[in-house]
Design a binder for this molecule. Structure first.
Ligand SMILES: NC(=O)c1ccc[n+]([C@@H]2O[C@H](COP(=O)([O-])OP(=O)(O)OC[C@H]3O[C@@H](n4cnc5c(N)ncnc54)[C@H](O)[C@@H]3O)[C@@H](O)[C@H]2O)c1
Length: 329
């Protein structure tokens, strides 16, 4: 098995692509061993959990100590479920396994300390371009020179997030777009911005495979692959409802049983969060690269009305559907 050291990885960056591919294509040979995750919310905790499950050393960084505590509780609960399935007849083995995985995640509120010896930093903080740009500047300063710099953004261009970095740091910057809930969802979109180096993509693909996920490489265009196809579909379903063509429940039933989708479009909207859906589509309509003024993303009166009323989907107890009864159970 290829043994990784920081210096050998740095040397490998200069190798011819064909040799590098052979080295990095096997999950066992991923050069990334130490992962720093910035942002201990829903996504960050999930990315930290999965990385630690596959034996990477992880630091989980958040400005808010309470968020780190919540993140640890989330991981413990999620790992306990996994352990129950993995070791159904051995409760002691299961709890030892959970402890061992959690033991590989070190929480900290210090960014510089958390990224100091990382091979990969995955940023998963609030979806705000100014916050992310500043953070990437700080990470590039504090992380080692070989470290890959990745953002988990759903809707912001990687090129803009990296805008203020120098060319060398830009070549190590890319998108790693995980899906929610991270422990269950197999896909990670590996996003190649114009400035991202081929070696960074190779290493990122090897890392994704090393944590049991499937990579899909794509360019830095709005919505990458999955959201670029899903959002017009969700907005069109809302417009179908607005036109009175069918009820939400019937549209969901039709798409599940007629198209074989696991969730109907309104179940999906409520799961994603109606505020998130509105935030992304409004942004694309106003200034999305190649999408400005695209009717598919024009405001929807029904969506605006629900968001204004605070009906944001599953997280608020009501969206297109009412979840208050199921929450009380
Ligand atoms: N929630 C999803 O379904 C989903 C799916 C894919 C991608 N994403 C993307 O992942 C990112 C995070 O989303 P989330 O749902 O986990 O958000 P979240 O609100 O649950 O968590 C964000 C965390 O970041 C922390 N934070 C904010 N600024 C920080 C900073 N400067 N340094 C360190 N920590 C900071 C906050 O304290 C919070 O704990 C966003 O970019 C989002 O677009 C979200």
């Amino acid at each position: 098995m290829y043994k990784y050291t920081t210096s050998s990885f740095t040397t490998r960056l200069g190798m011819r692509p064909i040799v590098a591919r052979a080295l990095y294509s096997s999950s066992a040979s991923s050069p990334i061993k130490r992962v720093a995750v910035v942002g201990g919310g829903q996504m960050g905790a999930g990315i930290a959990q999965v990385s630690a499950t596959f034996e990477h050393g992880v630091t989980l960084i958040d400005v808010n100590a309470e968020a780190l505590e919540r993140g640890q509780k989330y991981m413990a609960k999620s790992l306990a479920r996994v352990a129950k399935k993995k070791f159904p007849a051995e409760p002691n083995v299961a709890s030892d396994w959970v402890e061992a995985v959690l033991g590989r995640v070190r929480p900290t509120t210090s960014l510089s300390e958390g990224v100091r010896s990382a091979d990969l930093v995955v940023e998963a903080v609030v979806e705000n371009i100014g916050v992310k740009q500043k953070l990437f500047g700080d990470i590039a300063q504090a992380a080692p020179g070989h470290c890959l710099l990745a953002s988990n953004t759903s809707s912001l261009p990687i090129g803009r997030i990296a805008e203020h970095l120098d060319a060398e740091a830009k070549a190590r910057t890319l998108g790693l777009h995980f899906f929610n809930p991270v422990p269950q969802m197999k896909l990670v979109e590996v996003v190649r911005a114009e400035h991202t180096g081929a070696q960074a993509i190779e290493s990122a693909v090897a890392f994704v495979e090393s944590i049991g996920k499937a990579p899909a490489v794509c360019k830095d265009t709005p919505g990458f692959i999955v959201n670029r196809l899903l959002l017009p579909y969700m907005m069109e379903a809302i417009r179908l409802l607005e036109r009175g063509a069918a009820e939400a429940r019937d549209i969901d039933t039709a798409m599940k049983l007629g198209a074989g989708y696991p969730m109907g479009p309104f179940e999906l909207c409520d799961y994603v969060g109606l505020d998130t859906l509105k935030f992304i589509t409004d942004g694309w309509f106003k200034e999305g690269d190649g999408l400005r003024g695209d009717k598919a993303f024009a405001a929807s009166p029904k969506l605006d009305e629900l968001v204004a009323a605070g009906h944001l989907g599953v997280k608020s107890g009501r969206g297109f559907y009412d979840y208050s009864a199921s929450k009380k159970k």
